[in-house]
Design a protein. Sequence first.
Length: 167
Amino acid sequence: MNTIYLVGFMGCGKTSVGNLLSKQLEVPPYDVDTTVEKLRGQTIKEIFASEGEEAFRNYESLAIRQLPLENAVVMTGGGAVVREENLSYMKSKGTVIYLKTSFPILWKRLMKEEERNKRPILLTKTKEEVFELYQMRNEFYEKSDVTIITDHLTAEEICIRILDEIK
Ligand code: S3P
């Protein structure tokens, strides 16, 4: 099986769906943010603070290319597809799945203290600015191989749909 890449905005459920999907497919899950943190020995928040977003994007692009191309589920960060070469790389190597969640649902999740705090992008932006980012990124996400509308679906239901799409 070629690697499955999960993409989508912050809070769309890439991590919970990815972990569940990897169990069902009996392949390991890889989280790009965690890979970057291991690579740098710093948290995402620390990298943003010390080196800025561009440096983080470089590490993120590098991390995506270090992960296995077969028998894996990869959960990307919400901004990974903004570099078009990342999206085309993932599409050429595996199947890219967009977990599409409407903005009000995402916003409600992201405003929880612990969710907000681990994402530096959210700390400096207003709701309107995050919505603009969401709309802008949607254009990139929509280029994925498969789009799953996740609103009101559980992680289990989302996995069923993904498995149905890739069989
Ligand atoms: C980011 C999303 C985060 C993480 C970083 C930047 C973004 O990942 O990569 O904080 O720009 O959307 P999640 O989508 O897993 O929160």
